[in-house]
Design a protein around this ligand. Structure first.
Ligand SMILES: Nc1ncnc2c1ncn2[C@@H]1O[C@H](COP(=O)(O)OP(=O)(O)O)[C@@H](O)[C@H]1O
Ligand SMILES: [Mg+2]
Length: 343
């Protein structure tokens, strides 16, 4: 498959490449393989297949990223076609892998995370523009929240489709929230308020979109969602990624549906390293909230975090984390109960 794509842009030159490995792909659809040019020994990453954002747009986005972060942080793209792009392969691991496998010591990884956050902060400050309703955002907050709500409603727990029991009251770890599932999920759109500023940046700063090497040098990849953003959405990724993808279950979780209740029970925890990264991410978000003078900052960031966690229900299978569906639902809904009192 990769060969046909490479051949579509390189012709017979494609014969010079051999496959080295297949990268673990995100959830978006395209595939990435690492190739070696047999004659020069140089390594390349080939991304190909169906993408949500057309490749030509991603190439343009990559250029935008170079102008924002500097060449040093972005792999070079050499060739692109309609459904394929060939870029410099970065030798290293995704930041996620480095953390999950504890490839480096805690202080080094925390220090690297701080530098990454700092750099994002710089770019956000540099590109900030007062919010205007006419600006076109790369990710539309309200439609995104609506899509997430629909995806949550499609899930089946305890033999029941969530849409069918949307009126049931949510109980989380034996605490009655007093709110129905429907009410809580509506908050994702109803309580959204526009940010004071938008920023131009990478819109999907997931930890599998950052590559780090043993010198703690790092690069950003995956340029699908580069554009102008409600900065609180990408900000929520820096916390949400770890909650969603690096928490562990302390005990088996379960959901019991009663006549008018939905009882969610789960216990999750994080490693010392992940807790330290989470603390840095929260600090960073607070700093940015203060900088942008966001009055309802805590409410709005929790709103985006809830949307992220509930939205990640869609990617559990792709990420091999099916057993985390209940904690994700529980944590997402718990955050939504918190924003009620933060209005
Ligand atoms: N330039 C690159 N160098 C090294 N590895 C890469 C490169 N680009 C992508 N990868 C690997 O492929 C994975 C998927 O690539 P990505 O562009 O994030 O696609 P997706 O849209 O599937 O998330 C990354 O998480 C990373 O492991
Ligand atoms: Mg990715």
């Amino acid at each position: 498959m990769w060969y046909a794509h490479l051949r579509s842009v390189l012709g017979t030159e494609a014969d010079r490449y051999e496959i080295v490995s297949v990268a673990e792909s995100g959830a978006s659809g395209p595939r990435v393989v690492i190739l070696r040019d047999i004659s020069s020994g140089k390594m390349y990453a080939l991304k190909y297949g169906e993408t949500r954002v057309p490749i030509f747009q991603q190439v343009r986005n990559c250029q935008t990223m170079v102008s924002l972060f500097g060449e040093r942080y972005i792999p070079e793209i050499f060739i692109s076609g309609e459904k394929v792009m060939l870029m410099e392969a970065i030798s290293g691991q995704t930041f996620h892998e480095a953390v999950i496998k504890s490839l480096y010591d805690l202080p080094s990884l925390v220090e690297a995370y701080k530098k990454i956050l700092e750099k994002f902060g710089e770019v956000w400050k540099k590109t900030a523009e007062p919010f205007s309703s006419t600006v076109s955002l790369a990710r539309q907050p309200i439609p995104r929240a609506e899509r997430v709500r629909e995806a949550v409603f499609r899930r089946v727990f305890d033999g029941q489709n969530l849409r069918e029991i949307a009126g049931n009251k949510v109980v989380i770890n034996e605490v009655e929230t007093g709110y129905s599932l429907d009410f809580l999920l509506e908050l994702m759109t109803d309580r959204y308020s526009s940010p004071n500023y938008t920023t131009l940046c990478h819109g999907d700063p997931n930890m599998d979109n950052i590559i780090i090497d043993s010198d703690m040098d790092w690069w950003l990849i995956d340029f699908e969602w580069v554009g102008r953003h409600d900065w609180r959405i990408p900000a929520s990724h820096f916390v949400g990624w770890w909650l969603s993808n690096a928490s562990f279950l302390k005990e088996a979780s379960r959901i019991k549906v009663g006549n008018d209740t939905i009882c969610i029970k789960y216990q999750i925890g994080q490693s010392e390293l992940v807790s330290a990264l989470l603390a840095e991410a929260w600090k960073f978000m607070e700093n940015m909230g203060n900088f942008f003078k966001e009055k309802q900052f805590e409410q709005q960031i929790k709103l985006q975090l809830a949307i992220l966690l509930l939205g990640d229900l869609r990617f559990l299978e792709a990420r091999n984390r099916s057993q985390y569906a209940i904690p994700l639902l529980g944590e997402g809904l718990r955050l939504l109960t918190e924003i009620v009192s933060l209005s």
